[in-house]
Design a protein around this ligand. Sequence first.
Ligand SMILES: Nc1nc2c(c(=O)[nH]1)N[C@H]1C(S)=C(S)[C@@H](COP(=O)(O)O)O[C@H]1N2
Ligand SMILES: [Mo]
Length: 410
Amino acid sequence: MATFPTPPRWMRRGPLREGAFRPNLHDERTASLIGTALGIAFTVCFVTGFISHELQLQRPPTWLPLPTHPVWFYRFTQGLHVATGLAAIPLLLAKLWTVYPRLFSWPPVKSLLNALERLSIGVLVACAVFELVTGLLNIAQWYPWHFPFTATHFWIAWIAFGSLLLHVAIKAPAIARGLRNRPAPDAEGALAAADGADADGATVPEAASARRGTVSRRVLMGSTAFAVLAVTATTIGQSVTSLRWLDFLGVRSPHDGPQEVPINRTAAQAGVVASAFHPDWALEVDGPRPYRLSLAELRAMPQYHSRLPIACVEGWSVDADWEGVRLRDLLARAGIPTGSLIRIISLEKVGYGQTVMQHEYADDPATLLALKLNGETLSIDHGYPARVIAPARPGVLQTKWVQRLELIIL
Ligand SMILES: Nc1nc2c(c(=O)[nH]1)N[C@H]1C(S)=C(S)[C@@H](COP(=O)(O)O)O[C@H]1N2
Ligand SMILES: [Mo]
């Protein structure tokens, strides 16, 4: 390391002067501990995000089972996705703060391999920041950009996760050292020093430096843990109903809406008020024996109860009592065999107006064309006169204001 040229004079002033970086806050151990927590959060977030993405595909890959039970499966995975994504925000900030002295290591690159490694970290940081920012803005339903959120968030996640794996592989020895070694107070090595930069705590008396350093690291770890806890506690109530009272920062509060279920898009926004209230509304079912049924005729069919959650991709979820006709009874009446792929068409002509339902859901006895919610006729904003509710499905596929069911012939 001694053979490296010293940094230019302008880099040795102000915040970059010798000894500016407090070794104990920027060392291997701090970076490894915070990095491990961040790595776990990112991995859980990646896996749950992948599940959510696949469940929303019209044709999920055949190797992926489509679980309808437990009925809270998607509620759980998507709640976890949003919770780990939110927790990753303070963790990423702390981690970046721990390692930022490395930005100023001198010389900027030491070899081709080192240049590639630094480039991969640049990609990792950029993608991680992108994922957390777009995810956060998406749960706030604010889209100040012109690219499709879902596809972009999905593909950048792969790049982020790939560069995370590469980073962990490259740093494995340092991470292992950092996690294993409870450094003796005087043996704490600065990341920056290890990197050949100019941080050098030698000017501070050793004992004082050690004492200050230990306290500071504890403060850093403590405040990071507190920030993670605070973010989680004040948002987790949007999916964990028993912690609802703590949900100060969640975007949607469960039960906050008519009939104790939130609304993402109202009938007025969807432009369906007139057609949904139209006295001639009838459900059309298209199969080998197509038919139409008025609302009165639907109500005259055998009615079933299902207790199922609405679990929005944005992280909020809530259980509700649904009552209506079994979807499979409606399909059978049109001569549609079990095992069929179904298209659901709403009165709404844009947005989520058309969805595809795989046979795992269509054939499940819990899946309803719901006419009632929590004991009352569906409110107009919850999909009057009829909406679909199926177990363990992303909320976005629980189509409201249903007009027509069709057999998809492949
Ligand atoms: N036709 C239609 N159905 C829809 C939507 C929509 O915008 N239009 N929003 C979906 C989304 S994103 C969610 S989370 C749930 C919300 O249902 P709720 O409004 O009853 O809470 O409905 C889904 N069904
Ligand atoms: Mo949603």
